[in-house]
Design a protein around this ligand. Structure first.
Ligand SMILES: [Zn+2]
Length: 468
């Protein structure tokens, strides 16, 4: 069989890998959007680099947009097969894809206004909510641990990746022409061990070939107990001492609920100052509702916690905001408060309005709690730029910038090694590293060699390999 790497090669976004069996059955692993790549982003996303009608099935590792976000375009351009994912992923990906379509539809209005002024013809959005309607009809769910026969030559088994709700490691058994079975594992994104909410990444079946993420291939995380205290100190310093607003840009899925859960714990311990907390994002609100319905998917600690507090994502003083008017009212309020809003990389969503209104006031704090791709607004702020552009205008950064790194949804390098340690490394023929900045991949490659792994490859975009 053959594998061709079509995305997440030089970057951590745009996950897309094409596996083709010797009989020509074409399996696409993820179909994600590139994000935060500046002007290049749109061009990269519009070029799928494959013929959709020639793909037989898609297997989606998890709902994050950099893994799922280009599925509507794939369907729009002629894909006819099924898209397989776990049941919780289907629930989450549905809200994420509709949100993504809305962003594309509204962004294009702005772009076309500019094009019209320059006398240029308008362009169509990457996809619309109607395209998402069509795309959703292609989804089929496969529970964790079930052996699902995709066709006579390919069987799929999902194992828990512990990265976000529903996230899976994709394990494929593929028959070659002489009936020999080849085991190929695609890790998707791998979560941390001892996560606040999620179960640990599970051991997975022995593989001959592994496509492994390497986002934090060069880093170790902070310890969690420090992060809780760090957050409390930032809240006190900003909202009590300086009477300012604490702005927390956070991914709608996972990070938002983690922050809320920590605040919920602090509230239950009587440590949280008496201030208002807002989750200002319709998407985060919808995702939180899905999480509440899927509490069984979370770890034992959380199951224990809900015995005394049935809603880990809600407490007095906390308000979820869907309506635009309520969101705008926060701009004029002078009251100290915490505003958690999306997106995490600060390139889209309501967070941009909160940053524009608050970033130049030294009373306030911007707390960065997630990974930001190079060139994203989040990265510029995180890196300490003194002036940043928001909605095309320059703003001085006078607010305090704080960073807590331990909230990552990704395993660090020691956890990736722990995750891989379920394997007999002498049986692995090739290990491909994707989904990481180049420095992270090179560093992780060296660590893997030291651990005794052989034949580690950092594939380039559009590079193909024959696997036997
Ligand atoms: Zn992810």
């Amino acid at each position: 069989m053959k594998i061709k790497f079509l995305g997440a090669t030089e970057t951590v976004t745009g996950s897309k890998h094409l596996v083709t069996t010797e009989k020509g059955f074409a399996i696409l692993l993820d179909c994600g959007l590139y994000q935060g790549m500046g002007k290049e982003t749109d061009t990269l996303n519009r070029n799928l680099d494959l013929t959709p009608s020639e793909i037989d099935v898609v297997i989606l590792s998890h709902a994050h947009i950099d893994h799922s976000g280009n599925l509507p375009l794939l369907v729009k351009e002629g894909f006819l097969g099924s898209i397989y994912c776990t049941p919780p992923t289907l629930e989450v990906v549905e809200v994420l894809l509709y949100d993504s379509a809305k962003i594309h539809e509204s962004d294009i209005k702005y772009v076309n206004k500019k094009r019209e002024q320059r006398g240029e013809a308008p362009i169509v959005p990457l996809y619309t909510t109607k395209d998402v309607d069509r795309c959703m009809k292609h989804f089929k769910t496969v529970p964790y641990h079930a052996d699902y026969v995709l066709n006579e030559d390919a069987t799929l088994t999902f194992t828990d990746a512990g990265h976000i709700l529903g996230s899976a490691v994709v394990n494929l058994k593929i028959k070659d022409i002489s009936d020999k079975i080849i085991n190929l594992t695609f890790t998707g994104d791998v979560g941390k061990y001892n996560d606040m909410l999620l179960k640990n990444p599970e051991p997975f079946p022995q593989a001959d070939y592994i496509i492994c993420e390497s986002t934090y291939g060069d880093r170790l995380h902070e310890v969690d107990s420090d992060a809780e205290l760090h957050l409390l100190n930032v809240v006190k310093d900003t909202c009590v001492e300086r009477k300012g607003k604490l702005i927390i840009p956070a991914f709608s899925l996972g990070r938002t609920q983690e922050i809320v859960f920590i605040l919920d714990k602090l509230k239950n311990k009587g440590l949280l100052p008496n201030i208002k907390v807002y989750v200002d994002s319709p998407l985060s609100t919808n995702v939180t509702d899905i999480m509440r319905e899927n509490v069984v998917c979370f770890n034992e600690k959380l199951q224990e916690y809900i015995k005394t507090d049935p809603d880990p994502f809600g407490f007095s003083n906390l308000k979820y905001i869907r309506e635009k008017e309520e969101s705008m009212a926060l701009n004029t309020s002078k009251e100290p408060c915490i505003i958690i809003s999306a997106s995490g990389m600060m390139d889209a969503g309501r967070i941009k309005h909160h940053l524009r209104n608050n970033i130049s006031d030294s009373k306030n704090t911007i707390l960065v709690v997630g990974y930001c791709t190079p060139n994203s607004l989040g990265r510029h702020i995180r890196d300490g730029q003194k002036v940043v552009k928001i909605f095309g205008e320059e703003y001085e950064v006078n607010a305090k910038i704080e960073v807590i790194d331990s909230y990552s949804a990704h395993a660090d390098y020691s956890e990736l090694l722990r995750f891989l340690s379920c394997q007999d490394k002498t049986k692995i023929k090739k290990l491909f590293l994707v989904h990481g900045d180049i420095d992270a991949k090179i560093s992780f490659k060296e660590k893997l060699y030291v651990e005794g792994y052989k034949d580690i490859i950092i594939p380039n975009k559009r590079e193909s390999f024959h696997l036997d």
